[in-house]
Design a protein around this ligand. Structure first.
Ligand SMILES: C[S@@+](CC[C@H](N)C(=O)[O-])C[C@H]1O[C@@H](n2cnc3c(N)ncnc32)[C@H](O)[C@@H]1O
Length: 241
């Protein structure tokens, strides 16, 4: 389903310029010099800004980008505005988040984004096209079947930009095929969570194994951190076929 509608939409006109109406958003954003929304300042995110440089540095004139798990569109709209010539396809499983992302895209006059609802653990649409880059920040660890997802990414695009939480060495108590990690209980009613009650947090070595098996020949580790809430380590990496 393509959710990109006309800027004449009544709801959009009502929302435009009314900061208080973005009060229940997680995403905070700056529009025409004013702050709107919540505390999550996605457009200044240090996991996203180097992606913009990465794409610009590729020299591709009109890069096709698939964003997996776009949430309220904070990264989506920043990428669409900052990357010259970008054509962005943004996917999420949650309709409410997609509506917000669409509002933000309209507010920022991003005509180069298509929003689609799809379940990235059982995709019907997202991987039916080819892309130059896949941008996947904050989604992989919410999936139940990450190996299938990574292999679909590799079939659709030569480059993957990935940030994910991992399973620490000492917490790995689950084996699935060649991969180790732990099963995580997803609070599915929360808009930032997965859509199934279990997801598979991978160990770093298993993630590397999956990327290699999918056909990514070069993997560059860009950032590593410990999550402040104790969920585990997290990495930002760039993978190329
Ligand atoms: C932690 S948020 C990350 C949002 C955004 N990428 C960011 O970093 O700001 C995870 C997002 O992935 C979406 N999501 C979770 N499981 C999904 C699935 N199976 N298919 C599609 N989207 C999913 C959630 O709805 C949510 O918007």
């Amino acid at each position: 389903m393509c959710l990109l509608s006309s800027p004449q939409d009544q709801d959009f006109r009502a929302l435009k310029g009314e900061p208080s109406l973005f009060g229940d958003w997680f995403t905070g954003f700056v529009h025409e010099g004013r702050n709107y929304g919540g505390r999550y300042l996605a457009e200044f995110d240090t996991r996203m800004l180097p992606f913009v440089d990465h794409v610009q540095g590729s020299g591709i004139a009109a890069p096709r980008i698939l964003e997996c798990g776009c949430f309220e569109g904070g990264h989506t709209t920043a990428i669409a505005m900052k990357v010259a010539g970008a054509r962005v396809t943004a996917v999420d499983a949650r309709e409410d988040s997609l509506r917000r992302a669409l509002q933000l895209a309209e507010l920022r006059r991003c005509g180069n984004i298509e929003f689609h609802r799809d379940d990235l653990d059982d995709p019907q649409m997202a991987f039916t096209k080819e892309y130059d880059f896949i941008y996947c920040v904050g989604l992989l660890y919410h999936l139940r079947w990450p190996a299938a997802f990574i292999s679909r990414c590799a079939a659709s695009a030569p480059k993957l930009w990935l940030w994910t939480v991992l399973c620490s060495e000492r917490e790995a108590d689950h084996i699935e095929g060649d991969y180790r990690g732990r099963l995580y209980h997803e609070p599915v009613e929360h808009p930032l969570s997965g859509v199934r009650d279990r997801s598979f947090f991978l160990k770093l070595g298993s993630l590397h194994g999956m990327l290699a098996l999918a056909g990514y020949r070069t993997v560059t580790l860009l950032q590593r951190e410990e999550m402040k809430d104790g969920t585990g380590p997290a990495v930002l990496l760039s993978a190329s076929k």
